[in-house]
Ligand binder design. Structure first.
Ligand code: LGS
Length: 463
């Protein structure tokens, strides 16, 4: 592979034992949606709805990782990463979401794990990264309490087969996205727009996490690391007004504390519960649920992309929406943006990590996703000199170093993503990979950012 040509200095300031990895998710890369007994997930269904996904794209082929897995593991090895974070597709392992295991589907993940281990790469399993079996959505989806129990059963099928070889099992990826974007905003599968259903989905995703964690720990034949990954940003007041401070509080409450408080403190945040009550809504908590949800776990996965400010007034100065709800309006910090039009805010990353350390102490943190989409310009060989992405990674890794200096217990960093892939509602237009995928030939070409990442890891390890 080429040497890196970027002028961005290599990462420094992290210990030789820091965990370096790359991350992906099943539906975004695998393709092979109808092979070896896999049944449709909510994303297969949603991506076929008119206008749901840019260009009408879907995950039918994606990066064809299902057929190119050994080559992709070789790519990871060439980058020198310690670990690979991938997700298991529920409808492959347990088609339809109930009943017995499908050995052919689970077999893919066994082969993947074996290939990783043979190459010295530690598998980091995510059990749920958004591909709910369609049959479970037909039965009500995450707003239906039964789905939490179905999830724990499915988790045990995976755990039973892989626990001998896999050290780390994380339950959910970004339950906020599943619940809020999937059941309230409707921009993610299943595309529903029902506020109360999204609250129920949140509760049942957390319950599923707790049930699965308890059952896996009870069945383990050797010690494992258990965790959950949350999407997190920062929510600062846009201005020094009471309205903006209240908007920031509400955004932080619904986006972060609604998840971390029950997980770590065994209760939903009182201010959020009061806000919900004011609109006639409530979390559907049954007796004993919060004990299950606050089951101890070992590592918190942090996905960070950007920080935001919030205003409590609309552009005309009104404090309430037409429906009477208080205005909570995101205002992006005035910084350069990525191709997603998201602001680039590494200092907010430090702020978040230090805050997690302060407000939720005693929990090791791993960055399970961080990365950026830019409009890549490949040369005739497919190589992308992505200074912008390289700079994004460098500044965010530096932000981790700064957070550690302030006490945050951050132990690893996974770049999102190994490959360009199916970026959900944005389809294939938005490229987050450190490796380019040519969607015609399906050829992979490491970008400059991948080479910078490789060289940084190597330099840190020998420092
Ligand atoms: O590819 C996804 C990445 C890209 O940006 C990955 O599958 C997810 O786990 C993760 O959500 N990812 C991501 N997140 C940025 C979150 C921005 C949310 C903005 C919502 C606006 C309505």
């Amino acid at each position: 592979m080429n040497p890196t040509t970027t002028k961005v200095p290599l990462a420094t300031g992290l210990p030789p034992k820091f965990l370096w990895g790359v991350a992906t998710a099943s539906y975004q890369i695998e393709g092979a949606v109808a092979e070896d007994g896999r049944t449709p997930s909510i994303w297969d269904t949603f991506s076929r709805l008119d206008g749901a996904v840019a260009n009408g794209d879907n995950g039918d082929v994606a990066c064809d990782h299902y057929h190119r897995m050994p080559q992709d593991v070789a790519l990871m090895k060439s980058l020198g990463v310690d670990s690979y974070r991938f997700s298991v597709a529920w409808p492959r392992v347990q088609p339809g979401g109930r009943g017995p295991v499908n050995p052919a589907g689970l077999g893919f993940y066994e082969r993947l794990v074996d290939e990783l281990l043979a190459n010295g790469i530690a598998p980091w399993v995510t059990l749920y990264h958004w591909d709910l079996p369609q049959e479970l959505e037909d039965a009500g989806g995450w707003p239906n309490r039964d789905t939490a129990y179905r999830f724990a059963d499915y988790a045990m099928l995976v755990f039973g087969k892989l626990q001998d070889r896999v050290d780390t099992f994380t339950t959910m990826n970004e339950p906020w996205c599943s619940a809020w974007l999937g059941y309230h905003v409707g921009v993610h599968a299943p595309g529903r727009q029902e506020f109360d259903a999204s609250l129920a989905a949140t509760h049942h995703l957390l319950l599923g996490h707790g049930l699965a964690t308890q059952r896996m720990r009870a069945a383990e034949t050797r010690p494992h690391t258990y965790g959950i990954t949350l999407n997190m940003g920062t929510a600062d007041p846009a201005g020094d007004t009471e309205a903006d401070r209240d908007a920031a509080r509400r955004a932080d409450g619904m986006g972060l504390r609604l998840y971390l408080d029950p997980l770590r403190k065994g209760e939903y945040p009182a201010d959020v519960v009061a806000d919900l009550a004011a609109r006639g809504s409530a979390m559907p908590v049954q007796e004993g649920d919060l004990e299950v949800i606050s089951t101890p776990f070992d590592v918190l996965g942090v996905n960070f992309y950007f920080g935001q400010n919030f205003a409590g007034t609309d552009v005309e100065g009104n404090r309430h929406e037409a429906n009477g709800e208080p205005v909570v309006r995101a205002v992006f910090p005035d910084t350069p943006r990525t191709a997603m039009d998201w602001p680039i805010t590494p200092e907010r990353f430090t702020q978040l990590l230090v805050r997690l350390h302060r407000d939720y102490p005693g929990l090791p943190l791993i960055i399970t996703e961080n990365g950026a989409a830019f409009d890549d310009q490949p040369d005739e060989t497919g190589y992308v000199a992505d200074d912008d992405r390289t700079e994004y990674l460098a500044s965010h890794i530096a932000a981790v170093v700064a957070a550690r200096e302030q006490g945050a217990d951050v132990r690893g960093y996974f770049a999102w993503s190994l490959l360009d892939n199916f970026e959900w509602a944005y389809g294939y237009d938005k490229r987050f990979g450190i490796v380019r995928v040519d969607y015609q030939s399906l050829e992979r070409t490491p970008k400059q950012s991948a080479l910078w990442f490789r060289d940084s890891i190597a330099a840190l390890r020998s420092s």
